[in-house]
Design a protein around this ligand. Structure first.
Ligand code: EPU
Length: 339
């Protein structure tokens, strides 16, 4: 293994922000990861584990060791007439895996097409889009315990998935590195999830009446491309904030002043409100300040037009939070990890 000194993290974060890491290494296998964790460099420094870098905001140089997870590979661990269990390396690009599954006509990932990031990062925050979360196709994962170097397996229950949440963002934060994830995908009688408004209208627009998983994937790709900036062109990390949850009572009282406020009812008398709507109403959509701003087509996405600074983006995020509290009394919480 090789430790590189003072490496720029710009190519490794989708915001395209300039920040340096004091030490940098890549791991291609569990064995390499375990060996790396035994070194003095790993033991005596703070660690930053990177997948696709699509969920971080770098506000400063990182005075520690960055480990980029580049464990790849796909192995079928079980197959019947109905389903396949496939084990995938954490460093595989998520959308490459989705494309592969769709090509094999394996169902389950189609609504999650084109989400940036890697396979290993996906369960970390239970990625979701268009009515589906990864937990629905998740079977298990293998992670390396940073302290002991041992490989441990986690089933779905142990991952404690929630909305953009898992045990790896809460109780076990910073304690494990995900190495492989196993998914259960359907081989026939695919259960399509096309009830989400934007998917329905896109399929209608494409005049597709009995969609296949390939059609659904294509519809999702078209929707995402129409609203969300491609990080290769404009730096961003998808939704910057989570959609907040408020009580039914608060929702009803907001409705008096804002009759058009959208909301999705949840159990326990709670309502999830789209943060993008709140931010747009607070006047931020399309806001630009120098080379950073709020995306023109999706107010939930903060952008770096090139040469932006992570601290400025964080300051903008905080201004947005304050103005949404002032206008609606609702607190927004970042979805991205602030480093
Ligand atoms: N809206 C606005 N203005 C905006 C943006 C959205 O009024 O600028 C309204 C829309 O009109 C719609 C509602 O907000 O009524 C929801 O918008 P959208 O369907 O675009 O979804 P979202 O709630 O903003 C979430 C996820 C996305 C995911 C989409 C589709 C979160 C934090 N974000 O966004 O995930 O792709 O749903 O399912 O839950 C991500 O996590 O990085 C991400 C992109």
């Amino acid at each position: 293994m090789q430790f590189h000194k003072d490496i720029s993290l710009k190519p490794y974060n989708t915001f395209g922000l300039e920040a340096k890491t004091r030490l940098y290494t890549e791991v291609n296998s569990i064995k390499e990861l375990q060996e790396t964790l035994k070194t003095e460099e790993a033991k005596s420094n703070p660690l930053l584990i990177l997948g696709g870098g699509s969920n971080i905001l770098l506000t400063q140089d990182f005075d520690g060791l960055t480990i980029k997870n580049t464990i790849t590979g796909k192995t079928i661990v079980e197959e019947t007439d109905d389903f396949v269990l496939i084990k995938v390396g954490a460093g595989e690009v998520w959308h490459h895996f989705v494309t592969y599954a769709i090509e094999q006509n394996w169902g389950g990932t189609e609504n999650l097409s084109l989400i940036p990031g890697t396979v290993g990062a996906a369960p970390m925050q239970n990625i979701g889009a268009y009515g589906i979360e990864i937990k629905e196709i998740f079977e298990s994962l293998e992670a390396v315990n940073i302290e002991t170097g041992e490989i441990e397996t986690f089933n779905k229950e142990q991952c404690q998935f929630g909305y953009r949440e898992s045990v790896f963002k809460r109780n076990l934060k910073g304690k494990y590195i995900i190495a492989h994830v196993t998914f259960k995908l359907s081989k026939k009688d695919h259960q399509l999830h096309i009830e989400y408004g934007a998917i329905k209208s896109m399929l209608e627009e494409l005049k597709i009446k009995s969609p296949t998983i390939q059609d659904v994937s294509q519809a999702v790709i078209s929707i995402r491309q129409s609203k969300l900036p491609d990080p290769k062109e404009i730096g961003n990390s998808g939704s910057f904030f989570k959609n907040p949850t408020i009580t039914n009572i608060d929702f009803e009282s907001l409705k008096v002043d804002y009759p058009n406020i959208p909301g999705y009812e949840l159990p326990d008398n709670e309502v999830k409100v789209p943060a993008g709507w709140l931010i747009e109403q607070a006047g931020w959509k399309g806001y630009t300040n120098g080379n950073i701003g709020v995306h023109k087509k999706q107010a939930l996405v903060l952008v770096n037009y090139g040469g932006g600074n992570g601290n400025d983006i964080w300051a903008l995020a905080q201004e947005i939070q304050a103005s949404v509290v002032k206008k609606f009394g609702i607190e927004l919480h970042p979805e991205v990890n602030i480093i």
